[in-house]
Structures are given as C-alpha cells and as structure tokens.
Write a protein that binds this ligand. Sequence first.
Ligand SMILES: Nc1nc2c(ncn2[C@@H]2O[C@H](COP(=O)(O)OP(=O)(O)OP(=O)(O)O)[C@@H](O)[C@H]2O)c(=O)[nH]1
Length: 374
Amino acid sequence: MSESESKPEPMEQDSRKPICLIILGMAGAGKTSFTRRLSSKVVEGSRPYLINLDPACREVPYPANIDIRDTVNYKEVMKQYGLGPNGGIVTALNLFSTKFGQVVDLIEKAGKKHKYCIIDTPGQIEVFTWSASGTIVTEALASTCPTVVVYVMDTVRSVSPVTFMSNMLYACSILYKTRLPFIVVMNKTDVVDNAYAVEWMRDFEAFQEALDAEGEGETEGGNTYIGNLTRSMALALDTFYTDLRCCGVSAHTGEGLDEFFKLVDDAAEEYEKEYKADWLKMRAEKLEEEKRKAEELKNKVPDDTVIDKKKLIEEVSRGREISDMYLKHPANESSSDEEGTENQPEEDDKPVDVAMFQDFIRKHAKPNNSGNNT
Ligand SMILES: Nc1nc2c(ncn2[C@@H]2O[C@H](COP(=O)(O)OP(=O)(O)OP(=O)(O)O)[C@@H](O)[C@H]2O)c(=O)[nH]1
C-alpha cells in the first residue's frame, strides 16, 4: 500500500496555507526594510509572498505580489472625500478592506508555493492598529491562515528606559487587541546591540538601575513622576515579558534572520494549538452575520447593481511592469490623472463601491465615534 500511503502528501501540500506575518511598528522602525530583507529569504524552495498595505508609500523596495496602490489611489480618495493625508490613508485602507476577502483567496492559493506571506503595513502604526480596516484585515487573515504579529522595534531609539517602556506598552496593547501569537523584532542591531533590551525585560533590577542612572535631576527617570510611573509599568508588564518571543535583527545586514524564522515557526505552532479554534468559531459567527447583512443590503441596492460582479483586486506577478497592472479606483477618478488619461468608470462601479463603502461604515461606525472625521 505504499502508493496509497504516499498519496495524501500532495493533497496536504495543496491545502497548505501560508504563515501570515503582519509587520507592525512605529514610523521609521524599519518595517519596510525588514520586509525587503525577508523578501529575499528562500525557505523550502521559495521566497515569501509579499503584500504592501501602505497606500501612501512612494516606492515599494521589494517585489510585491499584491500592492494596495494598484487598487486604491489615495490621492484621489483625498480629493473625492475632501480629506487630509491621514484621512486619505485611513479611507484608502477602509475601501481596500471591503474587498479583502479576494486578497485572502489569493493568499490561500499562494500557500501551495510559498511558506510565508508577509504583510507590510502603513507607516503610521495607528492607521492599522486603531482602525476598523486593520481589524477587518487581521480577522480575515487569522480566521483563514496561521497568523503571527511581528512588532518591529527600533533598538537605536529605545535606549532610554522611558522610551523603551512606551514602546513595550504599545506592543502589549497590540498583543491584547489582536489576540494572536506575537514576536518583538529588535531591529537595527548593526548600530546598537539589543542585549540591553533583553536584559531589561528579564531583570527588573537592571531596568530600575538604568532608570535611576538616567534620572538624577532630569525630567524623565529617577524619582520624577515619569520615573515612578515607568517603574510601576515595568512591574505591570512582567506578565507580558514572560514567554514573549523576541530577537535582535538587522534589516541592513540580515543578521538574526535564522533565529527570527525559528520564532515564526514556533509562533505558528502556537496558533494551531491555542488560537485557531477560537478564530474558526469567530469566522463561522461572522459568516452567519454577513449572510444576514447581505440579505439586508440586497433589499437596499438597486436591482441593476451587481455586487462582486468582477474582481477588484488582482495579483501582480513579479517582474511585471506597473503599466501592465490591473488598475481600478474605488474612489472613482472624476478628475484627470497625472498622465492626462482618464479611465471612464464603468456604469456599475460607482453605486457598487459606494454601497459597499456605506455598508462598511454602517457595520463599523460606533455611536460614540460617529463624529470622527478621519
Ligand atoms: N542602520 C540600520 N538602519 C535601518 C535598519 N532598518 C531600517 N533602517 C533605516 O531606518 C529608516 C526607516 O526604515 P523604513 O524601512 O523606511 O522604516 P518603516 O518602519 O517602514 O518606515 P515608515 O513606513 O515610514 O513608517 C531608513 O532610513 C532605513 O534605512 C537597520 O537594520 N539598520
């Protein structure tokens, strides 16, 4: 029966899902540089599948398989909705997230070939972590594939105990918000070794000494209000530090990547054992809810409007020219674009997108943030 025993293997390979890594971190921590470094890492015969979710970045320095900029033109979004740059980025991500199901389909298919899928997020961390679209994207990924949050920390900028504490508090809040396996990546070790940070996490006395040393008569450490607060916070974070996966890396030199991938595999195992069941349950409940909402929406949308008639998001194969990419603007370009050519919106684009966007707002707007103008 050796033949039948060997048969399940390709099926397992076919249904294998990639391990999704959501790359988060403060502006300038090195998310994009780190993603770029990971993009060249060949694991089990292939490079990671890459997704850029930053609509405002000028250049993506790695060969993205999916790039939000091919779908949403955030400058047009700004114009059309009368928003500033931050509002434009948030709204662009909101629009993209309404179709994230299609992205998830592509990611699932990519699992046949790629072991990892890396998702680079916008420069301003709160655009992702404190927006409805960030939640939608995270939930869509986590309820389909093993998903791990990778928090990139700038080791150079965190040498002050107070800054380090603020960074860790932010990381901690993301951990509790996402409820996913978590890795702290201490980046830029080519400039400053991350040993100090690991010591502060493992040894409270060492952290206190550093705080005292910084504090003498200054505004931040010692017995000042901030110093005392930081001390209390460090104690409170003790539970967070226990079992926290962290490693030092340099996106510039590539140092620490092997250790990083070991932590990722370990975190993916943790997802399978401890998180997956909850996420699957949540997805079942969401599907049920969506079905109900879709019924409601169907009654509101004019009969001649067909939702999901065609794909909004397309995968871009490596090496393909930008001009070859499938471009479509959910915000509808009423003004002429920079090249002077204007794509005529198709008849059913606008009502569908507007209906989807309004439905999105209805689903996610809470009574207490209805006045939020982002
Ligand atoms: N020395 C050193 N510099 C780094 C490293 N990683 C990133 N940088 C530098 O840090 C700066 C910010 O890097 P990015 O990769 O743009 O950081 P980011 O978090 O994606 O930035 P935003 O998207 O703007 O938030 C750049 O000047 C990088 O060259 C590293 O490992 N070592």
